[in-house]
Design a protein around this ligand. Structure first.
Ligand SMILES: C[S@@+](CC[C@H](N)C(=O)[O-])C[C@H]1O[C@@H](n2cnc3c(N)ncnc32)[C@H](O)[C@@H]1O
Length: 396
């Protein structure tokens, strides 16, 4: 098995992948002093059909069927194109990706091409037999979501009775098959008080990683603005994760929570520690929002986005190859120009490690270049002057 992630990085499954604070990291290519951006993680919504009805779902997914989804040949062609210029991790997600009849063929094709194929199923379909099939198809990790410490809390959020029990069963089946799994938890007012119990459960279950997602008000989640935790609670929650990270036997990857990477640096500095690759490994290399930089999303009909939470279309793999969209999309270029982000995000001292959530900015301001609305940090005036000077010097 090969791993495209940095040394020692327990490969991420969901959310955004890693990146060097200055956009460059070992293994990145450079040409004429310019960084060559390459995808390291692609979330691929293989179908929007879903057997859950989650209250917050970014895709507002229903059982379907959805018309016009990518056909098998189109899926294979997409993977061929991806490997023509990069070797990202491919997250087969949904909806419920296992509702596709050709899911094993697609997984096998990606594996044969040398890609790290991982999957984000809902739980109900991960039988003992299906877990074995995943292994046979080369799937290297699955993510399963636990959004409540109890069946009541989880099922109310996922709006299907038995959803919690199905995830527990799915985990048992993955373990029997020897398949690695991580747990994703979307955090909102419904479960913020349950976080310590959820974390306990995730550890007891034996997950490799825990990826807490902070609610993005998009899709069905757009109607949940009153479930959003306050910016102050964001700060407290992310600080809690920072404090827990050295106490738990698994990897945390706060997702849609880019300010975690600022908090991480601030807290380490308070302890007199500089965050470097040598001292902090993966944590030093991780960046908050990597949408359009090392991360991309492809929808069930082939539309390309910077991530699953920002619906702005950046291209269509039915009209042009993904490789071209990756290199030429205007939105992708904008994502890579951190100094042009608006408001505090454009000059914040931490912009190269955080970047703010572009989808949350869009949901609140109607502009994905705007500042992250859930960040409490006020960058110094000097940072603004330095950014303006830099832009002027480069003719911007
Ligand atoms: C695309 S989903 C994976 C699909 C899979 N069917 C599942 O059951 O989770 C990836 C993660 O995104 C989370 N998610 C979905 N909508 C979200 C939203 N509006 N804000 C934050 N996280 C969200 C899900 O809870 C899940 O943990």
């Amino acid at each position: 098995m090969h791993d495209h992630t940095p040394k020692g990085h327990p490969a991420a499954l969901d959310g955004h992948t890693t990146g060097h604070p200055h956009g460059m990291k070992p293994g990145d290519r450079e040409e004429g002093g310019r960084k060559i951006w390459l995808p390291r993680l692609i979330a691929w919504e293989l179908t929007r059909s879903c057997n859950l009805d989650c209250i917050h779902c970014r895709a507002a997914a229903r059982f379907g069927p959805y018309p016009n989804e990518l056909k098998t040949e189109e899926c294979m062609k997409f993977l061929d194109d991806v490997v023509s210029f990069s070797k990202p991790i491919i997250i087969m997600t949904g909806g419920e990706p296992m509702l596709r009849d050709d899911i094993w063929d697609i997984a096998r094709h990606g594996t044969a091409l040398g890609l790290r194929m991982v999957m984000a199923p809902c739980g109900f379909l991960v039988t003992e037999e299906a877990a074995k099939k995943m292994i046979e198809a080369g799937i290297q990790r699955v993510s399963l979501s636990i959004d409540g410490a109890t069946a009541l809390s989880h099922d109310n959020f996922r709006r299907v009775p038995g959803a919690f029990a199905s995830v527990m069963k799915a985990i048992e089946n993955c373990k029997k098959a020897g398949l690695e799994f991580q747990v994703n938890t979307t955090i909102s007012r419904h479960n913020i008080h349950e976080l310590p119990q959820i974390l306990d459960l995730v550890i007891k279950l034996g997950a490799k990683a825990h990826h807490p997602f902070l609610l993005v008000p998009t899709g069905r989640g757009a109607a949940l603005k009153d479930l959003e935790i306050s910016p102050e609670d964001y700060e407290k929650t992310l600080t809690w994760f920072y404090e827990m990270r050295e106490k738990v036997p698994l990897q945390f990857k706060p997702t849609c929570a880019p300010h975690y990477y600022r908090i991480f640096r601030q807290k380490e500095k308070e302890k007199g520690r500089n965050v470097t690759q040598e001292t902090h490994g993966l944590d030093a290399m991780s960046k908050g929002c990597m949408g359009g930089q090392t991360f991309a999303f492809v929808s069930h009909t082939g539309k390309v986005q910077i991530c699953g939470f920002l619906e702005t279309e950046c291209g269509d793999i039915r009209k042009e190859p993904f490789s071209r969209i990756w290199n030429t999309s205007k939105v992708f270029q904008q994502m890579r120009a951190w100094d042009d982000y608006k408001g505090r995000c454009g000059y914040c001292e931490f912009r190269s490690v955080c970047g703010g959530c572009r989808a949350r900015a869009f949901a609140f301001a109607g502009d994905y270049m705007e500042e992250e609305p859930f960040c409490t940090y006020e960058p110094g005036e000097a940072a603004k002057k330095a950014r303006d000077f830099k832009k002027k010097a480069s003719g911007g």
